[in-house]
Design a binder for this molecule. Sequence first.
Ligand code: ATP
Ligand code: MG
Length: 334
Amino acid sequence: TSGSASTLQDYAKDKLSKQMVELFEECQQQACDLTRKETCRSRLQRDIQSVFPVARLYLTGSSMSGLGCRSSDADLCLVLRGSTQGSPDPIHILTVLQAFFRPLGYLEKIQLIRAKVPILRFREKGSGLEFDLNVNNTVGIRNTFLLRSYAYADLRVKPIILAVKKWARHHQINDASKGTLSSYTLVLMVLHYLQTLGEPVLPSLQKDYPECFNPSMEIDMIPEGPRHIPPYKSQNKSSLGDLLQGFLKYYSSTFRWDTQVISVREGKALPKNKSAEWRNKYICVEEPFERNNVARAVHEQMKFNTIKSKFAASSQILAQSKDLNALLPVRATI
Ligand code: ATP
Ligand code: MG
């Protein structure tokens, strides 16, 4: 439509913003990538149902949220219900699955990872597509739908998040297993920044549409496909480049790591209270449904310092150069 800014190009008139659009178009997940993941999901679900008849397999994470790149893994949530009372031990289920997957022939490099949320990691033979499968961690299905809704609330969300993920990966601060930031944490940090601008780019969708994001909604009722939340009409017309610069600057100098908690649920920073969830934590980012700290992996002072220094240095570099290549010199690894 004419009149208002309604295409990505309207937010990309300068060089930096154009580079961000280019990166986005090069890297964003394609329809064929999603089809490949979906085909494998449905085959896996069918096979798993021969062992666990009530099992349902859900694709979650960036593959579903629209915040993925072509190289993103596929996150899967296995939902088991009705079989036994109480919750089954995920390690036990994953061990059974691991033994069951081995002779199937189309999977390889199957490994059990005993993290806080245990996962089975494996690849599809041939395509090399990587999967992370958890058991009953259904909050991932809810928050994937929330992230997806944010991804479609404003055209600028996807390209900014993709650039931030690439930036963090390049600077080696995007690996929760190594004490830095998970992609999920980075996404919430970007959403928080966009929510708290003087003229916000995003609202709190949980506040505006509580019925759509009711934490006790049945898993099967959580929509995955069609988006029924209308785009947010922001008065903020900042370019992609200005928002990327603003993001780096916000976490370099405005956000108070020692006293504030990032709450995408509330659409603002909350004061750190004395609760165990936030006490002695370097970075506090609230899970929008479970309200625990998604950034708890950052538990070493040194890693925290590294993260802060990357924000500060990159903020400076970008302010001076206004050139994405100065921030992300290696573009070969998409
Ligand atoms: P990438 O494209 O790098 O794979 P991603 O968006 O898939 O990124 P991950 O950090 O791999 O992000 O997380 C995958 C999904 O797992 C998230 O979208 C979220 O649904 C869920 N998740 C990850 N960490 C948490 C957490 N701490 N609490 C709740 N859910 C989480
Ligand atoms: Mg993922």
